[in-house]
Design a protein around this ligand. Structure first.
Ligand SMILES: Nc1nc2c(c(=O)[nH]1)N[C@H]1C(S)=C(S)[C@@H](COP(=O)(O)OP(=O)(O)OC[C@H]3O[C@@H](n4cnc5c(=O)[nH]c(N)nc54)[C@H](O)[C@@H]3O)O[C@H]1N2
Ligand SMILES: Nc1nc2c(c(=O)[nH]1)N[C@H]1C(S)=C(S)[C@@H](COP(=O)(O)OP(=O)(O)OC[C@H]3O[C@@H](n4cnc5c(=O)[nH]c(N)nc54)[C@H](O)[C@@H]3O)O[C@H]1N2
Ligand code: SF4
Ligand SMILES: [Mo]
Length: 701
């Protein structure tokens, strides 16, 4: 028996922590014998969370599929790869022949941006389908952020990242990095970095309807009524203008006067009733923010997935801009990654076409996933009749998952590229599983782009692939070849992901012409990862808008401000549902790992004691939660963490559905929050799902 040590980044969440992994080798098998944080990783400095340890569970999970499976009635039958590719091509082609290209829809889930073979090759196949019915987890998440960057800076990936290591004041809205480990802010060991901020005399202010782990360590926590952020942010920006607290920016900007005019009636006093925060507190927060030498406003998931999600993110950008903190160290900065998707891709497009039934706008070639079920269910020309899902679980992760589940039953054909027979893929006719985690190479094209320092690393696979298994990218190549042959269309040759990355590195800013000479070969010499330096100002030169100016006043934002102005204050008696994440969870797919689900349950509904009393309920009781679209039963816990009028339920539970083959997850209690969220509640500009602030009723079960 021998042991080998390997260094590799964890890419389960956005933090990309360095791991040190010990593999034990025996003549007939090898396995992971330990996983630890890597103290020599210059970026994550030894940080690790329980999810990385659970990578061992994926490795030996008996429920994980390792070869293609075809469904016949309620039975699943293993089949060979060539047969599987031919079957998929035949069925998809037949549907498109009979009903048109848009009759095949695509949904790409969250790991699509975490696993590099999915990044480099998904479109090699999906692009051949030429369908306008493309959906992804983006529209239950960060769509408003891409759209804002596209409209203001000319590219959806020019996303300014908080310079957390150098700021003196961080205002956080709708994010809980202590549980999520940061998002659109790749920041391993976030707790250490926030403590360092406080230790150098800086301030952390958190705005959240729940006193989260992050709020608890903050210097100030403001409770906000869910959905109230656009009002709060408007009040802050108005105060900055009104009290002349702004600071000039070095960036070329157009439209600020139009913004000031449009905001004239959005004073802190006028906005206070809409967000439930006092006018004096709003004004003081604006003054504190402006007074800090270096400050950054950061908003995430909690403010994206609400009715004014895009407006919120536009206002966040403007607050950073007018205080001189955009594109400035200690403020918000765009990264300069080694493989640069901004340099290599077009800026994007918006509203070039609309969804068939509800007329929701496309962004970057995708439609909001809130429209997926109706596109399947509503008859007519262009109705969706087949679906391809890739690394996603929309039945548990998109609004009104119960309706989508019914819709899937009516499809003519469904193909899933996934590791498990889960709540979504159990409806497929064919599942193609890939290798995962430690069995494939990894280079992070997505999260290096979002990191709080410029970093780069490449890691080789450290376990051999299971016999007969294919990597995700090889599955897409197999599907593309079979589909191109069936449809008799030409297929361009492609490279393996590693070759693509090598070319991208060499052509990039740290490549052949630079002192770094980055290539796969150089990165192989740095198994702990490479730090390429702190973020720097660079936005002025990278703007992709016509005229290369920051557009402060996109018309659709000004229009949506008028919608905000017309809002009546919400009924305080109405209970609103919000979500929550726990450090031991990862969306819907990691409840099948013993190491993560052990300990006390974490699926319960949190409710303020005052709201429990008002309904005659008691702590620990089973309750029924109802929304417009559905209901579920769950245990309720009394908690002063949530503000009165708000209940909190994590998503990604609800594994007891028929047909699911997840032995461990199946035994976990808890229903799916997305059986309550409503596909008709959406962000007005982008169509992003408003998963937070859903009106619900709670009563004894
Ligand atoms: N109510 C509510 N709903 C939410 C959220 C919320 O906060 N509240 N959060 C939203 C957010 S931010 C997101 S990103 C979405 C996530 O939504 P989804 O992306 O739809 O769901 P996941 O649970 O991430 O599912 C990932 C799937 O990928 C598979 N998988 C994992 N690794 C691989 C791999 O290497 N290859 C392949 N082929 N498959 C793989 C897993 O088996 C699993 O089926 O959920 C959203 N839904
Ligand atoms: N452990 C763990 N880590 C994860 C994931 C996971 O499932 N588990 N998922 C990953 C994914 S896909 C993503 S996108 C990121 C998300 O990372 P974050 O954006 O940090 O997401 P959350 O932790 O859900 O934090 C959202 C916060 O918004 C608050 N909120 C809800 N409604 C409102 C509102 O109306 N206004 C305001 N101001 N706040 C509101 C919630 O109470 C919650 O604290 O996390 C990633 N990391
Ligand atoms: S925080 Fe945990 S899941 Fe995220 S990258 Fe680090 S170890 Fe992996
Ligand atoms: Mo996400």
């Amino acid at each position: 028996m021998t042991k080998t040590l390997h260094h590799r980044a964890c890419h389960l969440c956005e933090a990309i922590c360095g791991l040190t992994i010990e593999v034990t080798h025996e003549p007939d098998r090898q396995w992971i014998s330990s996983i630890k944080g890597d103290p020599e990783d210059p970026f994550s400095r030894g940080h690790i969370c329980p999810k990385a340890i659970a990578l061992q569970d994926i490795q030996d999970d008996p429920d994980r599929l390792r070869q293609p499976h075809r469904r016949i009635g309620d039975r699943w039958e293993p089949i060979g790869w060539d047969e599987a590719f031919a079957l998929a091509a035949e069925r998809l082609w037949t549907v498109q022949q009979a009903h048109g290209r848009n009759a095949v829809a695509v949904y790409q889930g969250n790991p699509s941006v975490h696993n590099y073979g999915l990044m480099t090759h998904a479109n090699y196949f999906l692009g051949l389908l030429k369908t306008r019915n493309r959906f992804s987890a983006t529209s239950v998440d960060q769509l408003p952020q891409h759209l804002t960057s596209y409209l203001m800076y000319g590219h959806g990936l020019l996303l300014p990242i908080p310079d957390i290591d150098h700021t003196d004041f961080m205002l956080v809205l709708g994010a809980n990095p202590l549980a999520s480990n940061g998002s659109i802010m790749t920041v391993p060991d976030v707790t250490k970095r926030l403590k360092a901020l406080q230790a150098r005399g800086g301030r952390l202010v958190v705005v959240d309807p729940r006193r989260t782990e992050t709020a608890a360590m903050a210097d100030q926590h403001l409770f906000i009524r869910p959905g109230g952020d656009a009002a709060l942010l408007s009040g802050l920006l108005h105060t900055l203008f009104d009290e002349k607290l702004g600071r000039a920016s070095h960036l070329p900007v157009q439209g600020l006067d139009a913004v000031r005019d449009a905001l004239s009636s959005f004073s802190a006093e006028a906005m206070s009733p809409l967000c439930g925060i006092g006018a004096r507190e709003i004004r003081q927060l604006a003054r504190d923010f402006a007074a800090a030498e270096r400050a950054v406003c950061y908003g995430r998931m909690g403010i994206s997935t609400q009715a004014f999600g895009t407006l919120c993110h536009w206002l966040v950008q403007l607050i950073n801009l007018v205080t001189g903190n955009l594109d400035r160290p200690g403020g918000a900065l765009c990264t300069e990654p080694a493989v640069d998707l901004v340099a290599n891709t077009a800026g994007g497009h918006f509203n070039a076409w609309q969804s068939r039934v509800s007329g929701l706008p496309e962004y970057g070639g995708e439609l909001p996933v809130a429209a997926l079920a109706e596109e399947i269910l509503v008859p007519g020309e262009g109705q969706v009749r087949a679906l391809v899902t890739v690394a996603g679980n929309p039945v548990l992760s998109t609004p009104n998952g119960g309706q989508l589940e019914q819709a899937l039953e009516g499809l003519d054909f469904m193909l899933s590229i996934d590791l498990y027979i889960n709540e979504t893929t159990c409806h497929a006719d064919l599942i193609l599983p890939s290798t995962c985690a430690m069995e494939n190479d990894h280079y992070d094209t997505t999260f290096n782009l979002l990191a709080v320092r410029n970093v780069s690393r490449f890691n080789r696979a450290l376990l051999p692939r299971p016999a007969g298994a294919l990597h995700d990218w090889e599955i897409f190549v197999g599907l593309a070849k079979a589909f191109a042959a069936r449809a008799q269309v030409a297929l361009k040759p492609t490279l393996a992901p590693a070759q693509m990355i090598d070319l991208g590195l060499r052509a990039g800013r740290y490549g052949d012409g630079s002192p770094w000479h980055l290539s796969l070969e150089t990165l192989d010499l740095h198994p702990h990862g490479l730090d390429l330096g702190p973020l720097r100002a660079n936005l002025a030169a990278r703007l992709k808008t016509p005229g290369q100016v920051v557009d402060a006043a996109p018309q659709c934002m000004l229009d949506d401000l008028r919608r905000l102005a017309g809002q009546a204050p919400a009924d305080p008696a109405q209970l609103l549902l919000i979500g929550r994440r726990h450090v031991r969870s990862n969306n819907s797919w990691m409840h099948n790992f013993h190491r993560l689900v052990k300990g006390k349950p974490r699926h319960q509904l949190l409710m303020h004691p005052q709201d429990l009393r008002a309904r005659g309920l008691i702590d620990g009781q089973q309750v029924r939660v109802r929304s417009r679209v559905g209901s579920l039963e769950v245990q309720v816990l009394a908690s002063e963490e949530v503000m009165p009028g708000v209940v909190s339920l994590p998503h990604g539970y609800g594994h007891q559905r028929q047909g699911v083959r997840l032995g461990v997850a199946n035994a976990q209690p808890g229903g799916s929050a997305n059986d309550l969220t409503d596909e008709c509640l959406r962000d007005g500009v982008s169509g992003n799902a408003a998963l937070n602030g859903v009106p619900v009723e709670v009563e004894a079960a």
